[in-house]
Design a protein around this ligand. Structure first.
Ligand code: SF4
Length: 287
């Protein structure tokens, strides 16, 4: 019997990644010098390889002495902390801002609200470049990054005015749970769900899979990509086996053969073609 495969109704690059990639390819065509990016443009190995082939170079310490006026620096979709932003503008004649407009909006919100005296609580991963960008915009160090509910209780009693926001790609139901707890500790806290639209749509698609009778989910995307990892975690949380793989060749075919209905979804930095290739390979399975 052949396997039924359902592809999520949301796939391909999110708006922020699409924009950053477009800027990278344009820069490679138009820039007379080298095009650098500080850190991975997106957390996806396949996409990064293509971008490097097009001419984008990862900026390393040894490059800093070689920069010429013809070279350009591209800021990635996650944005970059303020201090780095200043440094890049000192080093490069051309700085191309690939920051996702969503990250940019939330950064400005952090700057504005902390400027009014509020403490900013960011629910997210301390080491993620987007979170590091957001916190760098807080004035007077009035910012806290919270990754677990336990850390939340350590704040108790120490804050007056509070704004709670989210890293753009975290699990929306976890954010709500955090937000409820914050509201109990700080009844006047302002809660803003700053999970981006792309992440929300993909997370909802996982829930729809369950309603459609899917028995297992394949999540296509970079192993280090937060939004992709979150999709796999949500699937497991609702009781569906989830297989997080980067390319079609990584599909655990023998395990997947045991399911009759499989859902496939790509992360925000996964090329739609990669997801479609996985669907095609799974449709060829017989169990
Ligand atoms: S996942 Fe969301 S925040 Fe991140 S680049 Fe895409 S649209 Fe922007």
């Amino acid at each position: 019997m052949s396997v039924k495969v359902i592809m999520a109704n949301v796939s391909g690059f999110c708006g922020g990644v699409k924009r950053a990639l477009g800027l990278a390819y344009d820069a490679c065509r138009q820039c007379a010098g080298r095009v650098y990016v500080a850190g991975e443009l997106v957390h996806n190995r396949e996409v990064m390889e293509n971008v490097k082939v097009a001419g984008v170079k990862l900026l390393g310490d040894c490059d800093l002495k070689k920069i010429t006026p013809k070279d350009a620096l591209l800021i990635r979709a996650h944005g970059c902390p303020r201090g780095q932003w200043i440094k890049f503008h000192e080093l490069f004649h051309t700085v191309i801002d690939g920051t996702c407009p969503h990250v940019d909006r939330v950064s400005k919100m952090v700057e504005c609200e902390s400027g009014k005296g509020k403490h900013i609580v960011v629910i997210g991963d301390k080491s993620h470049p987007e979170v590091q960008t957001l916190v760098s915009f807080a004035r007077d160090g009035k910012v806290y990054i919270i990754s677990s509910e336990e850390e939340l209780y350590h704040l108790q009693g120490s804050l007056d005015q509070v704004l709670v926001i989210a890293q753009a790609t975290i699990d929306e139901s976890s954010f709500r749970s955090f937000a409820n707890k914050v509201s109990k500790i700080y009844p006047h806290a302002e809660i803003k769900n700053t999970i981006c639209g792309s992440s929300r749509r993909r997370q909802r698609a996982i829930m729809h899979f369950k309603e459609e009778g899917v028995q297992a989910i394949v999540v296509a995307g970079g192993i280090h990509s937060n939004n992709t990892r979150t999709l796999a975690q949500i699937a497991r949380k609702i009781g569906l086996p989830a297989f997080h793989v980067e390319t079609a060749t990584d599909l655990p075919i023998q395990k997947l053969k045991t399911f009759q209905v499989i859902g496939v979804i790509g992360g925000a930095s996964t090329d739609e073609e990669t997801t479609k290739q996985m669907v095609a390979d799974l449709l060829a399975l017989e169990n």
